[in-house]
Design a binder for this molecule. Structure first.
Ligand SMILES: Nc1nc2c(c(=O)[nH]1)N[C@H]1C(S)=C(S)[C@@H](COP(=O)(O)O)O[C@H]1N2
Ligand SMILES: [Mo]
Length: 330
């Protein structure tokens, strides 16, 4: 089956919203160890110059952020309204406005996550258990969808690797597999066989442990809205957006490369690695440019910019793929 990606949005789905103003205290991405700003997780750890809180219209619990990082070094941010009303979350429908429209009945609380596979510690954990030891960071990352549009979003989360280490993966753990919750009563899209449910993703161990890989619980300073993957999702900024699996209920350490939903659905179109790569086109469209959804005008056709290798994160991650043929391992 071929899944036609839809990239159409009724203008009515987007209404003007104050621009999300980016922080002026831009921090340098220097291997990430050097950017820690303050410690602990009290709001006081954040410099007050760190300016405007998220727009007031943002619903959901406000999160306490220990440190901030802008990896885009000043690119214009995407409005909250656009980031929450132009989504891919097929469990709620295949249209871009479906996730916002159809996720109101989803209950991200209480939430449990199963940790399984090759690790010394496994079992079922509450979301609170999962999150407790980790101070939250705000990281402004680009997210580029394989459909050639992109956004700049202030995510709130912490490095996935910090969590994974707590379970003491064994030497057999070569990959990490993720699974999304499957609740047909709350997720109407699950009643259609457009993908093999549940949605699954995977990373190689070194990718999962990379400090840029973020386990996300919020955006724009607040808890994730349902349509963006509440209560827990992945963001891997150098990979196409579909690697950012939403509403995670299972994390498994595996020895062999896990099956991933999009790769299973169309192996010639969506590889396991799916690193953003302008030199390797999707079989049905170019990946050389992208439509940046940012600023105060949502423009379906404008704001076209060049796509960067590894989505602009090559300095940090290209070495993970040294010696690999990126055309074969797309
Ligand atoms: N469970 C699940 N996760 C998913 C998807 C999905 O359909 N189901 N879509 C992916 C795709 S294609 C993209 S581009 C991003 C979009 O994230 P956003 O809506 O927060 O921008 O989520 C990814 N995670
Ligand atoms: Mo995507």
């Amino acid at each position: 089956m071929r899944i036609p990606f839809r990239d159409n949005l009724p203008a009515s789905a987007i209404t003007p919203e104050p621009l999300y103003r980016r922080r002026r205290d831009v921090l340098k991405l220097l291997g990430l160890g050097a950017v820690a700003l303050g410690s602990g997780c009290s709001p006081e750890a954040t410099p007050q110059a760190a300016a405007p809180a998220a727009p007031e219209s943002i619903p959901g619990k406000s999160l306490t952020i220990a440190r901030k990082l802008d990896t885009t070094m000043g690119e214009t941010g995407t409005r909250y309204k656009d980031a929450t009303h132009y989504n891919n979350f097929y469990e709620f429908g295949t249209g871009k406005s479906d996730p916002a429209a159809n996720s109101g009945g989803f209950h991200p609380q209480p939430w449990n996550v199963e940790i399984a596979g090759h690790a010394e510690v496994t079992g079922h954990f509450t979301l609170e258990d999962i999150l407790k030891p980790h101070p939250l960071e705000e990281r402004i990352y680009r997210l580029r969808c394989v459909e050639a549009w992109s956004m700049v979003i202030p995510w709130v989360g912490f490095p996935l690797g910090d969590l994974l280490k707590r379970f003491k993966p064994t030497s057999q753990a070569k990959y990490v597999a993720f699974t999304t919750v499957q609740r047909p009563a709350e997720m109407p899209g699950l009643n259609y066989p457009v993908l093999n449910w549940p949605y699954r993703e995977g990373l190689r161990m070194d990718e999962a442990m990379h400090p840029l890989t973020l386990l996300v619980v919020g955006m724009y300073g607040h808890a994730l809205p349902n349509q963006n993957g509440a209560p827990l999702r992945l963001v891997v900024p150098w990979k196409y957006g579909f690697k950012g699996i939403k509403s995670i209920v299972k994390i498994e350490f595996t020895e062999s490369q896990p099956t991933t939903t999009w790769n299973e659905s169309a192996p010639d179109e969506y590889g396991f690695f799916s690193n953003v790569n302008p030199a390797v086109d999707h079989p049905r469209w170019s990946q050389k440019t992208e439509r940046r959804i940012a600023g105060d005008g949502f423009n379906l056709f404008g704001n076209r910019i060049a796509t960067k290798p590894f989505n602009g994160y090559a300095d940090q991650v290209a070495s993970l793929y040294a010696g690999m043929d990126m055309r074969k391992n797309f």
